[in-house]
Design a binder for this molecule. Sequence first.
Ligand SMILES: O=C(O)C(=O)Cc1ccccc1
Length: 268
Amino acid sequence: MQIVTLGPAGTYSHRAARAVDNNVGFKESVSAIVAAVDTEEYERGVVPIENSIEGSVTETLDSIADSDVAVTQEIVTPIRHALLAQSSEFELIASHSQALAQCRSYLEDTYPDVRAEAVASTARGVERAREDPGVAGIGHPDNAGDVLAVISEDIQDRSSNATRFFVVAPESERVTAGGRSTVVVYPNANYPGLLLELLEAFADRDINLSRIESRPSGNRLGDYLFHIDFEAGLYESRAQEALKSIESIATDGWVKRLGSYDRRHVVE
Ligand SMILES: O=C(O)C(=O)Cc1ccccc1
């Protein structure tokens, strides 16, 4: 199976993608990955959705809400960051914005005078470090190779650091089987109790929500769409009833079913 994920080789997304298939291609942004799956250039994409320290990857939420891709699997993996450089003499740290944020306290305490620069991925930062002795990268320690030294390991601000990835597929691959589902709701309405009504649709049917995230609709200030993850498959009648109820609340907006899936834990 042809998979596309965040590159170049060596990103955390690449490590998660290898759990799906070894035939992996790369793009340098999440929106490019989602577009490549939406247009069926690739059969699957692997994108980071949420991190236990830093929260949602908003570029991913917005890309999947704007496209027609389906979510077919969830991959959860621990993230352990290392600082990689040719020597401890560097004046710039280059990494993915999420990695920089996950190591913020360590960087502020240990390298208060070193500049940080956000680049497309951790592996892109490590590549910069390989080419330039003045640059350090943050990434998985396996990326050190022959050129780079592991200056410090486990530099994330909390020892427990995990990231959820979604496996996305063309719309035709959407399934209703699985223990979890994700929907995006755009109510296009604003009245007291609207959010409560949306949540009650699940609570009344004993469906546990595992995440709700609001994102700006882009239409006007204060107008939101909601990404909702819940612990039931779309094949279940209680889930179908909950969504029917949500559709009746969102008559001026829309409800997008991204699909049902199971969670897979990948350790290395
Ligand atoms: O840049 C990467 O390696 C990614 O895959 C994105 C990312 C960055 C930090 C933690 C998890 C995923």
